[in-house]
Ligand binder design. Structure first.
Ligand SMILES: NC(=O)c1ccc[n+]([C@@H]2O[C@H](COP(=O)([O-])OP(=O)(O)OC[C@H]3O[C@@H](n4cnc5c(N)ncnc54)[C@H](OP(=O)(O)O)[C@@H]3O)[C@@H](O)[C@H]2O)c1
Length: 225
């Protein structure tokens, strides 16, 4: 099995903030569309925060219990959620017109009632790993099952860090906001302190409107692990 190309895409201020910032959605997702993603990979915390950002949790309706008929050109949304924190909420994503359907990446530690919730609603899920999903195996299975070549990661530091640490990240795409927040910042990659220096290669540097910059770097050490 082959691993798909993995590109993370984040908006970040000039002083390194990526949480609680006002992301320009048009620029963020407009630039991301050029990657032609087959899979939109989202971390559970990011998804949970997204629900609040996009207007809260509507009650589930009959139509939410089954797969929707969507154009295959739309990406699959693969949500990493081994703890089942999105139980009762996944219909928010299934309703997105640009989401072909939701696939959940779980592990051996995932609560059984979450798996029942997924089965009852006909969500595909992939079980790998013990505590967390085994990202390498899950990516390979996604590529195989959905003929996916490109994965775009829409996530914060935990999932970004895990993918980088495991040598699974191929490109880092950043929308740089012309803004200093002065707030406390954390690394965009959890566990970066434990990693060796990682060399990057500049692939794109584009000036966007309103003083934004779009930077794309290739990760020189990737998918070799
Ligand atoms: N500015 C931007 O562009 C942008 C974009 C997205 C998100 N964000 C921000 O980022 C923040 C959320 O970031 P976060 O780091 O808390 O959450 P996150 O990115 O949603 O990551 C959490 C996910 O990572 C998974 N994970 C962590 N370590 C793993 C490992 N070793 N192997 C496999 N999976 C692993 C967890 O899996 P389990 O399910 O197993 O726990 C969980 O599903 C929010 O504030 C959000 O607004 C910003």
């Amino acid at each position: 099995m082959t691993k798909p190309k993995v590109i993370m895409h984040n908006s970040i201020t000039l002083d390194g903030s990526f949480r609680d910032i006002e992301v320009d959605m048009e620029l963020h997702y407009g630039t991301a569309s050029s990657f032609g993603e087959d899979i939109h990979l989202v971390g559970a915390n990011t998804a949970k925060i997204g629900i609040e950002m996009f207007g809260g949790l509507p009650p589930e309706e009959d139509d939410d219990l089954r797969k929707q008929e969507r154009d295959e050109a739309n990406p699959i949304w693969a949500i990493v959620d081994s703890k089942g924190i999105l139980k009762g909420s996944l219909h928010v994503f299934r309703r997105f017109e640009m989401c072909r359907d939701v696939v959940v990446l779980v592990s051996a530690s995932t609560p059984k009632d979450y798996l029942e919730y997924l089965k009852d609603r006909d969500y595909d899920f992939i079980v790998t790993g013990e505590k967390h999903a085994d990202l390498k195996e899950a990516l390979e299975l996604l590529a195989d099952r959905y003929e996916a070549e490109t994965v775009m990661v829409d996530s914060g530091s935990s999932l970004n860090g895990a993918l980088l640490e495991q040598g699974l990240m191929d490109e880092i795409s950043l929308i740089l906001l012309p803004l200093l927040t002065g707030g406390e910042t954390e690394s965009l990659f959890a566990n970066i302190g434990k990693m060796k220096h990682i060399e990057l290669e500049l692939l794109k540097c584009e000036k966007l409107e309103k003083g934004y910059l779009w930077l794309v770097y290739g990760v020189k050490r990737s998918s070799n692990k």
